[in-house]
Design a protein around this ligand. Structure first.
Ligand code: N2P
Length: 352
């Protein structure tokens, strides 16, 4: 009798321990851009999976890279842009994607499923894409400011003395200045880059701030009036003040694709990896991708989500550019060793 009681007791302990070990992931840590997801999606995901998403924010691809290279562990899913995926792949920082764990992968538009920076989505899934242009307020204009000259020509920029903001993003600021000068936004030519640097230094007296996270709020409060910014951020602001608008200047602009990637770090732990796959697949469910697009106002690479996306988003030429505009868009591209030159000249701008 005593023995069987003991056996039963041991059995109960064993059952208890096993069920504890297989309780699955409870948290998922994402490292992403500000205001880049409808917060409701975190709740829906938790309701369905029991996994709580913990979000941390970065302001530029370079900040993301520096944080990870500085030894930060614990991030499961990160959201680098095109050229940064390239860099991170080179540095072997991203887990390989097992497509068989992603039921919804077929919802993606084939235009985005074999990007040059990550052939056949070997490591990442496209999340959103958009452009980097000019935000302005119709109160100040009869015709939209359709040239980077309004920001980069000192004569014109001084009209907005103290009301200009530029992104706190080395590649984006150089990218816009280089496009204005007629060069490639991914130049590795020192003289061209120096010219772009001098251009930014010349207008710096009129720049209120270099900001990437809350810059659109400054536009709403009227602190800034002419800004370099990301399409969706500015369109969301327009919802609160209809005089705010966004334009892709005639010289052209940067286009980017941001991507959902699982870190190598997360791949070492099956619980974390499982949570990351569930998250990537959840975001690619057509209903969820549509909710998200309708909140962020960026273009979605999820084709199956289209029926759920607001008509005004799908037909907005600055979100889904027409062919003529598309032809003026350029990726930043990787610059290899020239990154150091960019960093040095960026510091020169900042410390001027
Ligand atoms: C969202 C920022 C979009 C990221 N606030 C641009 N790569």
């Amino acid at each position: 009798m005593k023995k069987s009681l003991l056996a039963m007791f041991i059995l109960l302990i064993v059952i208890g321990l096993t069920s504890c070990g297989s309780s699955g992931p409870e948290e998922l840590h994402v490292y992403t851009w500000s205001e880049y997801i409808d917060p409701e999606i975190y709740e829906l995901f938790e309701e369905e999976t029991g996994i709580q998403v913990v979000e941390d924010i970065f302001g530029s691809n370079e900040d993301l890279l520096a944080k990870l290279q500085g030894g930060a562990t614990g991030y499961d899913v990160i959201v680098p842009s095109d050229y940064m995926v390239d860099i991170m792949n080179e540095l072997d920082m991203l887990a390989e994607l097992d497509h068989s764990r992603l039921e919804n992968i077929g919802n993606l538009d084939p235009t985005f499923t074999n990007p040059p920076f990550d052939p056949n989505m070997g490591h990442c899934l496209p999340y959103f894409w958009g452009t980097t242009g000019i935000g302005f307020n119709w109160n100040d204009w009869d015709e939209a400011p359709n040239s980077w000259a309004y920001l980069f020509d000192p004569e014109l920029a001084q009209n907005f003395d103290g009301q200009i903001s530029l992104l706190d993003d080395m590649r984006e600021v150089f990218g816009a200045a280089l496009i204005y000068l007629g060069y490639s936004p991914g130049t590795t030519n020192e003289a061209e880059l120096a010219e772009a640097r001098d251009l930014v230094i010349a207008i710096k007296p009129y720049v209120a701030t270099f900001e990437s996270d809350t810059y659109e709020d400054l536009m709403l409060t009227g602190e800034t009036a002419l800004i370099q910014g990301w399409s969706g951020d500015i369109f969301v602001t327009q919802g609160e003040d209809e005089n705010i608008d966004y334009i892709i200047p005639k010289e052209g602009a940067v286009m980017w694709v941001d991507n959902l990637c699982i870190t190598k770090d997360a791949a070492e732990d099956e619980d974390r990896l499982e949570a990351a796959y569930l998250w990537l697949d959840f975001l690619n469910r057509p209903d969820i991708a549509a909710i998200n697009t309708n909140w962020v106002w960026y273009a979605s690479p999820n084709e199956a989500a289209e029926p759920g996306i607001l008509e005004e988003i799908l037909t907005y030429p600055a979100i889904y550019p027409d062919e003529e505009t598309f032809a003026r868009l350029q990726y930043l591209g990787t610059v290899g060793d020239a990154t150091e030159m960019y960093s040095r000249m960026w510091t020169e701008i900042k410390s001027e």
